[in-house]
Design a protein around this ligand. Structure first.
Ligand SMILES: [Zn+2]
Length: 253
């Protein structure tokens, strides 16, 4: 398993090197080149990875940020903990409405033949702040899941229902632009998660986990208000986000 890292303008030996060595890796390759016109060093760390024998199961159901990433720790065939992770959506919303407000203002000025560079810059700054925050959050969350998996020697089962999540957001009445923000860096989260799982030798698999089918009877469940689901056959009633976790329990154990 190899990891790549590009550094420019950092201390002689970046923290990244120490971290990878502490994890049992070796720095096997370095190349000096230019990145965006700036001298940069690319480092490659390598490690022989053996996947451990799992002692628990950690299903991770990846949705849009609006509904969050739902995980559960399954031990001895029972759910020992469950959680939903999402970024501070209030903050994201505030940045977003600021951008919309600024753009409206810019539009009004444009119609009058006026142009305000400062407003443009402010809108651009706010937008990148918002995307940077979501990017940082996706990295943080991947780390959190990996630490949990290592601690409990879990096998991770990832359900990436990205297209469904996208459709769901539009059905809930979000504009495409709003939906895009709620999906920003979700793909990146999955990519970082997979890379880190491999680097640490954590067994994992991608699997579709149904969220509308009853895990007992395998038939379509009825949707109740507030994202609750109920099976018309056996009467099982659960939070919609818990259904994939119950499926993971059934499919993988
Ligand atoms: Zn049922």
């Amino acid at each position: 398993m190899k990891l790549r890292y590009i550094c420019h303008g950092e201390a002689p030996i970046p923290k990244w090197v120490y971290d990878r060595i502490r994890e049992g890796g070796d720095i096997v390759f370095a190349m000096l080149g230019l990145k965006d016109g700036i001298p940069a060093v690319m480092l490659v760390a390598e490690k022989r990875v053996e996947f451990y024998e799992p002692e628990s199961l950690l299903p991770v159901d990846v949705n849009s940020w609006k509904h969050g990433v739902v995980w559960a720790l399954i031990k001895n065939e029972g759910i020992s903990s469950i959680g939903r992770e999402r970024p501070d959506l209030g903050r994201v919303e505030r940045w977003y409405s600021k951008v919309v407000r600024l753009e409206r203002h810019i539009g009004r000025l444009e119609r009058l033949g006026l142009d305000d560079r400062n407003l443009w810059r402010e809108a651009k700054r706010t937008k990148s702040k918002m995307y940077r925050y979501l990017k940082g959050y996706s990295q943080w969350l991947a780390n959190k899941i990996v630490r949990k998996a290592l601690k409990h020697k879990s096998k991770v089962v990832i359900d990436r229902a990205l297209e469904e999540s996208w459709k769901e957001l539009l059905e809930e009445g979000l504009t495409k632009r709003e939906a895009k923000i709620h999906m920003a860096s979700v793909r990146r989260f999955i990519k970082i998660l997979e890379t880190q799982l491999r680097w640490h030798g954590i067994p994992y698999e991608f699997k579709r986990l149904p969220s509308r089918l009853c895990p007992n009877c395998e038939i379509e469940m009825d949707e109740l208000p507030r994202r609750r689901m109920k099976c018309p056959n056996c009467g099982l009633e659960e939070d919609r986000d818990k259904i994939p976790i119950l499926w993971a329990l059934k499919l993988v154990s």
